[in-house]
Design a protein. Structure first.
Length: 571
């Protein structure tokens, strides 16, 4: 059955995303092959496999597509907890909705993701500098930015269960009998992937038909979200909590967290935890301009925490109440489409290239171009890069052309001049801005989903995370083949000490080598280095195993660092 949401057939929407999606790549594999050709000097793959006690036979290609199609969010959540990537916050006190803690591996992953962003957009560019502003700004900031008056989501309350929902995430549809065209009542389901929504709607429709003692086929559901319903319709729409029409009409709910600054707890001490990092950039525009030698066009980047009192935090770290953002305000000369559009398009292309570079599978990404009502009143354009999460295609990052709205508003609100003097033209003006904005946590979820893979080794199912080496939490596992031969363990230990000066490296000497490989695979360690008898007795070389292909190569000890360096850091 086709889903119609807000009058648009969802199947069409998804096809559109698919059509605009990017072609397929195998960048990682290509880099790997090239570097290997360059660096392997001593032994062939076959010799290496023979030298290792665990030769593996990988059956068929990585079954990413099938594995991903079957993947449920619960499996991701469970894997993250089991392996120390992400835990529910305050779990010993039964958790705290919308908050999460990153464990030993998750904190490494997060650090790598942020470093990759900073490297790509600040260090490797001459036109972007970074800042790290305070989280709490002078509260007038939020008046000027429009957040105090307008940063809200529409919510509906269930009068009976007291549960609160985001009105734009609840979808209702009339249940209409095919034969006579009469409406029996309404169904109301939470936003989710098409299949789940239709399944739940069908179940509700069946209950409704039974209740009303009606029979017969029904027309396809015509979904619209609850911001678009009339009072008359709302009086018939069942609340997901009570199954009765007990929902209020939508009201605006401001998402900013309030706090008080100083000893007094009155209206004069109210301040806000920043709901985005962007405003910290705008209020520092003048300082950065005065203290750096940058010239238009230039960008200011910031990575940091943001807080939103989300009505319905959902889908694990996809929408949480405390998260991190990586944002850039890229200041450009004022002008019409011919001025801002090329910058906007370039930032979309650069953002996509970055997402690919950190390992997002291209075929899971797409674009969502905002138009008409979907665009803020001041915005010239906004394009989201979307990702196909297990719960549906959703925004991953946004790239907006915001005109001069922000600097102008802060100039008016503060009474300070926030313009730019062009030395060449001798003109003064308020620059316009392009804003790429990406959630760290949302990207991490996309990276975990993207990396999830399954295949068979020696006839046994293997599930692993095929993280790109640059963001993998642990880059290398050093494995002494046995743990009771001192010279062998010593050689392995020396290599481990050397490698850990450069990367986050794991030491693992327990269990059969095949088991150790599997342990490393599950958390996405891209390379296992095995020190064996040959290492100490004859060739002074080690076996380096590639996680994805399970291919093993034999490399002289003193070439291990340059080899891994090329594979992990790309140079
Ligand atoms: N300065 C623009 C801005 O904040 P946004 O679309 O509200 O725009 C930008 O947020 C990005 O921040 C989103 O694309 C998403 O990656 C991330 N993000 C927003 N709200 C989030 C939340 N509640 N939890 C996790 N990530 C979130």
């Amino acid at each position: 059955m086709a889903i119609i949401r807000n009058g648009i057939a969802l199947t069409m929407f998804l096809t559109l995303h698919g059509a605009l999606g990017f072609g397929s790549i195998s960048r990682h594999a290509a880099i790997g092959a090239a570097s290997r050709r360059h660096l392997i000097t001593a032994f062939s793959t076959a010799e290496a496999a023979a030298a290792s006690s665990a030769s593996e036979k990988k059956d068929g290609p990585i079954k990413n597509d099938q594995a991903y199609a079957n993947l449920k969010m619960e499996e991701i959540v469970s894997l993250c907890k089991r392996r120390g990537i992400i835990f529910p916050s305050s779990e010993i006190y039964n958790g705290f909705a919308g908050f999460f803690d990153y464990g030993p591996l998750g904190s490494e992953l997060k650090r790598n993701v942020k470093d990759a962003f900073w490297k790509a957009f600040v260090h490797e560019r001459e036109d972007v500098v970074g800042i790290d502003s305070s989280i709490i700004h002078n509260p007038t900031t939020w008046k000027s930015s429009g957040h105090l008056d307008g940063f809200s989501d529409p919510m509906v309350d269930c009068r009976e269960t007291k549960l609160r929902y985001r009105a734009d995430q609840l979808y209702c549809s009339p249940v209409v009998l095919e034969e006579c065209g009469s409406t029996v009542g309404f169904v109301c389901v939470l936003e989710g992937n098409d299949e789940d929504m239709v399944k739940e709607a069908k179940a509700q429709a069946n209950r409704l038909l039974k209740e009303k003692e009606k029979k017969g086929a029904i027309q396809p559901f015509q979904f619209k979200d609850l911001t678009q319903v009339t009072e008359e319709e709302m009086a018939q729409i069942p609340s997901p909590g009570s199954n009765k029409p007990t929902l209020t009409m939508p009201r605006d709910f401001n998402l900013m967290f309030q706090t008080n600054v100083g000893a007094m707890q009155d209206a004069s001490s109210v301040a806000y935890l920043r709901p985005e990092t962007a405003q910290g950039i705008f209020i520092n525009y003048k300082n950065v301009l005065a203290s750096s030698r940058i010239k238009l066009p230039f960008g200011i980047a910031q990575i940091g925490k943001a807080f939103r009192n989300e009505i319905t935090p959902r889908n694990f770290i996809f929408r949480s109440r405390e998260f991190e953002q990586m944002e850039i305000e890229y200041f450009i000369p004022p002008g019409d489409e011919d001025v801002w559009k090329p910058y906007h398009e370039k930032w979309i292309a650069d953002s996509k290239a970055f997402l690919e570079q950190v390992g997002l599978r291209e075929e899971l990404m797409g674009y969502d171009v905002h138009e008409g009502d979907g665009l803020a009143h001041y915005a010239r354009a906004c394009t989201d890069i979307t990702f196909k999460f297990p719960f549906g295609v959703q925004e991953l990052m946004g790239i907006a052309a915001r005109g001069d709205f922000d600097l102008k508003s802060h100039s008016e609100g503060s009474g300070k001049v926030l313009d730019y003097f062009d030395e060449e033209t001798k003109e003064k003006f308020i620059p316009h801005v392009i804003e790429p904005s990406l959630g760290v946590d949302r990207l991490i979820l996309a990276l975990i989903c993207s990396a999830y893979a399954e295949d068979e080794i020696n006839g046994e199912k293997r599930s692993y995370l095929s993280f790109h080496p640059s963001i993998a939490p642990v880059k290398v596992a050093v494995l002494p083949l046995v743990k009771n031969k001192e010279p062998l363990v010593k050689a392995a230990r020396e290599l481990y000490e050397k490698l850990k000066k450069r990367w986050n490296v794991q030491w693992d000497q327990t269990g059969a080598i095949g088991r150790r490989y599997r342990r490393a695979d599950e958390v996405g360690v891209p390379f296992c280095v095995t020190v064996d008898f040959e290492t100490i007795e004859s060739d002074g070389a080690v076996t380096v195993r590639d996680r994805d292909s399970t291919e093993q190569v034999r490399i002289p000890m003193d070439e291990v660092v340059p080899y891994l360096s090329k594979m992990i850091d790309g140079y």
